[in-house]
Every structure is written in structure tokens, then in C-alpha cells.
Design a protein. Structure first.
Length: 206
């Protein structure tokens, strides 16, 4: 489990890990951290899984499949995680950083927008629909949990994955919302390299 430390953020590259195990680890880290605990950024992939946020409704899952469904404590509706997608979990002390969840969301979105710009791709926000979009298709989804001024969960960026399971749900609760990924936008860079770029962009924006 490689990690890189700097005064602001510890970056952990966790490979591929089960959603439930990682979620429990985030909860434990957040519960046990103290006022001097360094903030962390966890980078990983998950095996195929649908996750429902606190506002999630199973009616947004449109068909039965063998993909597990997990009710999570993050914000938002339903989304899909799978191999070829970078998940970046942000375990931050927001009170220490001096901003709240709305600004954190904006900073996360900006990091993805800046990353896309590195590849010559224009990413955009949408009003009342957190995440980042390219030509109306969603490429990055966000979902957070704040507990006593500290965040966990984070964002998922589609890089080079099977997008079919997104058609089995209403992504983020929006019927008919299309998704895209870097590979389909002409980016052939391997996922680990994209993850490093994303980590650097997040570190700058946070």
C-alpha cells in the first residue's frame, strides 16, 4: 500500500478493493481521527457494485442483475462503480481547512475540470446536479458524507470501463442521463497515470 505524504495530504494508492470494506475503513478513520490527524486521499477501483446514497431509491434501479446493491451513507442517489473507474475518497478536516461542503464540492469539480483540460476536453458543471459533464454526458460523479466537520466518500471518474451497467439505472437519479469516459473521448493514458494526474489536481484544488 504505497503512500506519499506532504504537509497537506497523504495520498494512498489502494489498488482494487471491495466497496463495503473500504466504506467501513473510511468510517473508522473518521471516527478515530484527532485534531492533528493528517487529511488523506484514497485512490482505488471497486469491483462492480451499485451504491445507493441516503436519498437513493431502489426504483432508480431499472433491471435485475448480479451486480451487488449497497445502501451507503453518502449523499446522493444511485451510481455504479466498476473496474476502469478511478474512485477518489477525500478524508478531510473541513473545519481545519476553513470551508464547508458546498465549497468542497466546487473544489472537487474544479479538479476534474482541470484534469479534463489537460487532455484538451471541456468539462462543465450543471446546476443542481453535482458532478462533471462533457457535452451533457456525465464523466464524474460526487457523493460525500460530513460527520463533525470531517468528510469521507468522494468522487468517481470514468476512465476505461464497461459503461453498460449505467444503462441499468437512472444515474444519480436522473432518467436517461448518459455517461461517458476518457477512453471514449480519445484518452488512451493508463488508469494509474490518470489517477496520479487526478491526485495532483485534487491536491492543488483542495
Amino acid at each position: 500500500m504505497a503512500h506519499t505524504a506532504n504537509p497537506l495530504l497523504v495520498v494512498r494508492r489502494l489498488g482494487r478493493g471491495e466497496y463495503s470494506t473500504t466504506w467501513q475503513a473510511m468510517q473508522a478513520f473518521t471516527a478515530q481521527r484527532g485534531p492533528d490527524t493528517a487529511d488523506e486521499l484514497w485512490l482505488l477501483e471497486h469491483p462492480p457494485v451499485f451504491t445507493l446514497g441516503l436519498a437513493g431509491r431502489r426504483s432508480h434501479i431499472l433491471r435485475a442483475s448480479d451486480v451487488p446493491i449497497i445502501a451507503s451513507d453518502r449523499g446522493g442517489q444511485v451510481t455504479y462503480h466498476g473496474p476502469g473507474q478511478i474512485v477518489a475518497y477525500l478524508l478531510l478536516d473541513l473545519r481545519r481547512r476553513g470551508y464547508g461542503v458546498r465549497e468542497l464540492v466546487q473544489r472537487m469539480e474544479q479538479a476534474v475540470i482541470d484534469l479534463l483540460a489537460d487532455y484538451g476536453i471541456e468539462g462543465r458543471r450543471r446546476d443542481k446536479a453535482p458532478g462533471v459533464y462533457v457535452a451533457e454526458k456525465k464523466i464524474a460523479a460526487l457523493g460525500l458524507r460530513i460527520r463533525q466537520g470531517r468528510s469521507y466518500h468522494g468522487l468517481a471518474l470514468n476512465v476505461d470501463m464497461d459503461l453498460a451497467p449505467f444503462t441499468w439505472i437512472d444515474p444519480c437519479g436522473y432518467p436517461g442521463l448518459e455517461v461517458t469516459q476518457l477512453r471514449d473521448l480519445g484518452v488512451a493514458e493508463p488508469l494509474p497515470a490518470v489517477a496520479e494526474r487526478l491526485a495532483a489536481r485534487l491536491a492543488r484544488c483542495l
